[in-house]
Design a protein. Sequence first.
Length: 117
Amino acid sequence: QVQLEESGGGLVQAGGSLRLSCAASGRTFSGYRMGWFCQAPGKEREFVAEISWSGASIYYADSVKGRFTISRDNAKNTVYLQMNSLKPEDTAVYYCAGGTLVKYEDWGQGTQVTVAS
């Protein structure tokens, strides 16, 4: 069974930075797509960014383009989300996800990010 464990969330002032990490274990990760989603109170979970196994394909939500950077280290089975120029509206629980090209099958428990104005 795949386990995804996020870390790196916390409280930061607007304009600050955080780096989230997600360590994966429990399966062969060749071809494993990984991504980040977020869910703010009272809102649906929404897509933030994703990265293919090779790192050649990367996609971002429009709201984070130019501010967030997703990367992965396959030797460590870990994906990262560098978040810069944070805004109060980025406040949410951030979830790591992994799966095939067709579907995200695995989810982490989430890590809280709070951006104070």
